[in-house]
Design a protein around this ligand. Sequence first.
Ligand code: 13P
Length: 252
Amino acid sequence: MRRAYIAGNWKMNHTPSEAKKFASELKRALEENKIDCRVMVAPSFVDLPYVIEVLKDTEITVSAQNMANHTSGAYTGEVSPIMLKDIGVYTTILGHSERRMYYSETDEIINSKVRLALNEKMEVILCIGETLEERESGKLKEVLKRQIEKGLEGVKSDEMKAITLAYEPVWAIGTGKTASPEDADEAQGYARSVVESLYSKDIAENLIIQYGGSVKASNVKALMAKENVDGALVGGASLTIDQFLPIITFNK
Ligand code: 13P
């Protein structure tokens, strides 16, 4: 039985003061509502200490959006997993399509981050997903297979419990176009089968696979009703309590 896992990726939004205020609203909403799923938020690096402080007595996971592939040293502008752990962050998103597209992160770089995070006993949400061009040219499966195989290269079976996959079709991110629940289910079922072939049926069946790309209150239920959709990685609609609360209470 896979527990639903809803995550909010704030991307480069919310200043520290806005983040603190929003985290307090989230905390209050959690006290007033029964939440049946795991909830995570991923603020920017500078917001993290403030959000951690506000959410410290709650069950909300606070995650980074990215991290360096080194623990320390001459890497100007980077943030290491050791630094994250020191402030109480034990989860990170890796391989988001915006990192792949705008910051040239390759499957190899992403894999080195995945392995370092696991070495540091951190949890990872590994993002995968095809562009519109790849989908339209029939390369969906090829792309997902490559991203999973390369992203997880060297990851041992016993480390897979620290991995969540997020299927985020690039064409559905921030565009208002959501993959249909059937499309999401099909792609995620395929991703699960790739994990099964790399590891085992048991590991594949226990793997949480989130869907991301224009998730909102109006479509979350239909997406979550699908067999292979175990959660959501939400961007725009995770930024205000009015939009995020109906998503994290989708199963009420
Ligand atoms: P949107 O929900 O804004 O489409 O973003 C999805 C996403 O990229 C989450 O990581």
